[in-house]
Ligand binder design. Structure first.
Ligand SMILES: Nc1ncnc2c1ncn2[C@@H]1O[C@H](COP(=O)(O)OP(=O)(O)O)[C@@H](O)[C@H]1O
Ligand SMILES: Cc1ncc(COP(=O)(O)OP(=O)(O)O)c(N)n1
Length: 276
């Protein structure tokens, strides 16, 4: 388990570049919850403010691209981070601004580990990335990514591949790797045909399968963010990529087992079991 250093000592830092979820279940709020519980100090670059609750997203205010980039510069030039995660990026101009700031700070590529959760829409189908920005996300950010973590809807939108079984999951992983990601993790949360929830990791050479029991719960809001945030935290702690994904899979499985109802719709997954 990942832990904090002794009191008075600076912990590892992870920067999340993502949107705010007013309901607190996903986005920046989910990332910071997981970072703190894994002994990591979370820094943020807010890309958008969503008006969101358990039944959906009713409005979005994007942050101006130079302000998004300035948040990244401000954090990396002073505080310093050991890993970075991206979530909701909203638009093509924001993606270009983020990529330029990452290059200036040595994030991604051969530099600091970069986990890209290619968020396109909420679980209710509300757009969190402009349709005309999907190709920008793939062309600009995937070649910089250490790890990309799409769900099956995102795989379909970004590659056109419909994942329905292990063979098509492998085909999607190969395609994402071909598009530039060093490691691709095809999440199996939307494969609702069995009592398992298998995720598949690929680095261009080898497949690693991370299987887990499927939780029978409607409260799965923020699962993808929680998985990617835990992987980024484990990378910041110095773990290898497969170790970080194995850790993150266990973390999100436990968070799903502890998920709770909130509002009239889908409640959030909960890493709060860690402090019970
Ligand atoms: N009902 C479930 N039971 C167990 N694991 C799940 C369940 N739903 C999702 N997961 C896991 O949670 C993580 C996020 O998956 P997924 O739901 O596919 O992503 P997203 O939240 O981005 O839509 C993956 O590791 C997936 O296997
Ligand atoms: C602000 C914001 N960012 C991301 C998401 C989607 O998060 P994810 O973990 O993929 O969870 P679900 O939407 O599938 O619950 C979001 N809703 N809001």
């Amino acid at each position: 388990m990942l832990t904090a250093p002794p009191a008075g000592t600076a912990p590892r830092r992870v920067l999340t570049v993502a949107g705010s979820d007013s309901g607190g279940g996903a986005g920046i709020q989910a990332d910071l919850r997981t970072f703190a519980l894994l002994g990591v100090h979370g820094c943020v670059a807010v890309t958008a403010v969503t008006v969101q609750n358990s039944v959906g997203v009713s409005d979005v205010q994007e942050i101006a691209p130079p302000i998004v980039a300035a948040q990244i510069d401000s954090v990396t030039s002073d505080i310093g981070v050991q890993a970075v995660k991206t979530g909701m990026l909203a638009s093509a101009p924001i993606i270009h601004a983020v990529a330029a700031a990452f290059d200036a700070a040595g994030i991604g590529g051969d530099g600091l580990p970069l986990v890209v959760d290619p968020v396109c829409a909420s679980m209710h189908g509300d757009a969190l990335l402009a349709a005309d920005a999907r190709s920008t996300l793939v062309e600009v950010l995937f070649p910089r990514a250490t790890l990309v973590t799409p769900n099956l809807d995102e795989v379909r939108l970004l590659t056109g591949i419909d994942v329905v079984d292990e063979v098509t999951q492998q085909a999607a992983a190969r395609e994402l790797h071909r598009l530039g990601a060093r490691w691709a993790l095809i999440k199996g949360g939307h494969l609702r045909t069995s009592d398992r929830s298998p995720d598949l990791l690929y680095d261009g050479k080898q497949f690693h399968r991370f299987d887990g029991p499927r939780m029978d719960t409607p409260h799965d809001h923020g699962a993808g963010d929680t998985l990617a945030a835990a992987a980024a935290a484990a990378l910041a702690h110095g773990h290898s990529l497969p170790e970080a994904v194995a850790f993150a899979k266990e973390w999100v499985t436990r968070a799903l087992a502890a998920a709770y109802p909130l509002g009239a719709g889908h409640g959030p997954v909960s890493p709060l079991w860690r402090v019970r």
